[in-house]
Unconditional design. Sequence first.
Length: 258
Amino acid sequence: MSDHTTERAASRVRARAGLVVNCYLSLAVGVVMVHHGSDAERRIMNTVRALVVENDPFTLASLVSALEYQRVSVVARATTAREGLELQREHEPDVALLDLDLGVGPTGFDLAHALRRRQPGIGLVILSSYRDPRLMAPGMIEPPRGTCYLSKADITDFSTVVATVLAAVRNPLLARKPVRNGLPPLTEAQLEVLRLVAQGSSTQAIAQEREVSVKAVEQMIKRLTEILDLPRDGSTNQHVQLARAYLELAGKLADPEP
């Protein structure tokens, strides 16, 4: 196995571990958060019925444990979109917590739309390592109206998830702002080039993929370097710097050591 492949695998483990660690930390202080909530919030939490869909079994188990400790009744759990749809029909939950990246096949957004068509009043919460869902696949569909989006990297304790679940249950169709989470203002074309660079594509390959000139790609790479405030002193490889920036924004790479 190459060093690059090993690092990619290690990055995925670190990304998964982030939410898992937060889940377990929350279990230690969960009772405090529950009792500090209002009576109305506690009553709502005691009656919420949730469906959780997450393709990583360890993260799924941790998330379910943390929710149940917060008195949320997890009536069904699944690791695929298809299984999630089947369980929704059986249990009709109040809220669904969905991972955005469910592996090969439908995304969490696709599943969210299918759930909303079947159950118009269901609350929807998307959990993702991506700070901006466009990083996963530029041009992907928007989530249904009212969907709450949480970046796993921004979850410092589980009270954030609990508050988001409550918001989704109370106002499942409330219009919410597009997800950007502090991401620099990048166009769809720039996001696609950034993603292709992170995948290891050469400048020429990117030009062929996008049906533009090599010079146009070079100019976009230069612009991306400026927007992301990456080193431009000639001592570093631009493609490597952009790939690392993408992985960090996508939650696939641990934050650099201070």
